[in-house]
Design a protein around this ligand. Sequence first.
Ligand SMILES: *[C@@H]1O[C@H](CO)[C@@H](O)[C@H](O)[C@H]1NC(C)=O
Length: 353
Amino acid sequence: MASRFRNLFFHRLLLLCLPSLAAASARVPALIVFGDSTVDAGNNNQIQTVLKSNFSPYGRDIAGGRPTGRFCNGRLATDFISEALGLPPLVPAYLDPDYGIKDFAQGVCFASAGTGLDNATSDVLSVIPLWQEVEYFKEYRRRLGRYVGKARAMHIVREAVYIVSIGTNDFLENYYSYVTGRFREFKVEEFEDFLIDRAADFLTAIYTVGARKISFTSLGAMGCLPLERTTNVLHGGDCIEEYNKVARDFNVKLQALIHRLCSSLPGLKLRYAPVYDGLLRIIQNPSAYGIENVAEGCCATGKFEMGYLCDQWNPLTCKDADEYIFWDAFHPTEKINRMMAQATLRTSLAEFI
Ligand SMILES: *[C@@H]1O[C@H](CO)[C@@H](O)[C@H](O)[C@H]1NC(C)=O
């Protein structure tokens, strides 16, 4: 009797919860993405840069094997998030001529592999600077207005969920690079502060266009990327602790910025997406996740190849990317992207869905 009562009770709870869940997914009309190669769905295919991935074996685990310009064997975290929100399973790149405003009304990606918060970062490999991503976003809002009407466009822009994933290149491609090295101008703490100011400019700019529900992805353990381990041969290919510390310090400053902006910009719901601990947990205890190799990418030797160096004829490329954290020397596998998407849905996005 008691257990029957309990079942009834849980049924009631379920009935109470189900309609609100259904309403919840309809609440997010679009997913809008800014950032770098962690979320670029193929914008770099359309520009003059060497930083591309629209060839095999990239995309080999997307249904039928489809190189799209995503720096992965499969889908990105943003693709999994879009699907979980009841939106399309692939977020289209804004510059991809195969898509139009009808598609972008449900989701669009402005990201460009190799870009950063600092203008100088996008210059390194001639990719799309972050300010240009913002210009594309403004153009998008105007096109959307012509397509669905001004009021509906404003509704979509305000209710959309925004994902921002950027910052690693500012340190690894720019600050610490001997070619362009910002390290000659700034102490690393000063450069962190400079980047935080640039993040504030960017977030204020997209807020002004209408963005409200924003998840900002923090930095991961970037000293553990295979490419960085390879440069750390003197220490047996360990993670570079200096880079990991910079990521942690930057993340503390990012959280302070997020608090500051939320109290100064009315209606802004800017949330911090933690990734550092999650990734490090997998690196330290890979077997719990069915992972065999945490130090090298699946593609080629896994020590330095990405982009054109990761080519389809390399006999060393692994068979099962699910046994790896990294697909190439700089980017996670689809398996890790899926896990990061789930973590983001549980944390920074929880109140938006
Ligand atoms: C970055 O470049 C854009 C476009 O030229 C410019 O408007 C912006 O002020 C620059 N940012 C900084 C911090 O120099």
